[in-house]
Design a protein around this ligand. Sequence first.
Ligand SMILES: Cc1cc2nc3c(=O)[nH]c(=O)nc-3n(C[C@H](O)[C@H](O)[C@H](O)COP(=O)(O)OP(=O)(O)OC[C@H]3O[C@@H](n4cnc5c(N)ncnc54)[C@H](O)[C@@H]3O)c2cc1C
Length: 297
Amino acid sequence: MKRLKDFDYHEPATLDEAVVILEEAPGDARVLAGGTDLIVDMKIERLQPSTVVNLKRIPGLTGVDLVAGGIRIGALTKVTDVEESVIVQSRYEALGTAASLLASPPVRALATIGGNVGRASPASDLGPALIVSSAVAHITGVTGSREELVEDLYAGPGETTLAPSDIITHFFLPDPPTGYGSAHVKLGKRGSGTDIAMAGTSASVVVADDGAVAECKVALASLGPIPMRASHCENALRGRVPDADVLAAAAAAAAEDASPIGDMRASADYRTTLARVLTLRALRGAVAAAGAEVGVR
Ligand SMILES: Cc1cc2nc3c(=O)[nH]c(=O)nc-3n(C[C@H](O)[C@H](O)[C@H](O)COP(=O)(O)OP(=O)(O)OC[C@H]3O[C@@H](n4cnc5c(N)ncnc54)[C@H](O)[C@@H]3O)c2cc1C
């Protein structure tokens, strides 16, 4: 069996120690969380880090907790724990569903929410769901701590805007406003939800008292180089009552937002069709979760 290339391995006990090791390491240094992406990438030699820094001994990086104004999810929280969190299920339906559809139970038991964002896969399930939940990543690096919207962390396929010594410590998801609902829909190659997405859509809406969509966010997976907002779709929905025609027009606009490639999972044309079909389902799900009447022809 092929061996991994040699690398230095560290298990620091504090964040400060981890940041210094990452900063001072020669060449490529990587944080290790659940390892479901990083170890695979090292085995296939997509990545050959000189240094691997396992975060597992650092306290305070796990858990889903109610905090002032929202919830805090530690970056090392396993996807299983996100999926099973009653707080997530009851307030952020898109994220709960996305976690439940990521890979298989054994992978979800190892994989972390921070690793999912850190990997920056265009096919990420959690990325779009975090984006439509207005999630903010809290990051610690050599220059101190800062906050960034998750949607601003994606730079390209497999690339983030994080500096080499940056560590995501946790995510903050603001309290959903009255009239809020969200949903996540995905289709995998074998027709199953748990395969890597051929395409996926997360949507959130805020339905006002007059029945119109006051605010909405739609984000796509496997439909462009990064998990990304679908602004044409959002513009077609915002300010309108979500009847059947409005939802159909917004879903059709998502196909304009998509810029998919063709690969072994699906052709670009098929993905463009999926952008419309899956977005329609996600919009209907979000409107229903908001407690509003869903426009269906
Ligand atoms: C069989 C299989 C099926 C999969 N199916 C899916 C799927 O359906 N949907 C999906 O979205 N993903 C899928 N994945 C990908 C993977 O499981 C997820 O992306 C997972 O959430 C990665 O988390 P991890 O903790 O294992 O990350 P790791 O592998 O430990 O790290 C991944 C990357 O993120 C960086 N990183 C990790 N933690 C942090 C942090 N706190 N701060 C900064 N950078 C960090 C690492 O340095 C590395 O570059 C699948 C993987 C496998 C092996």
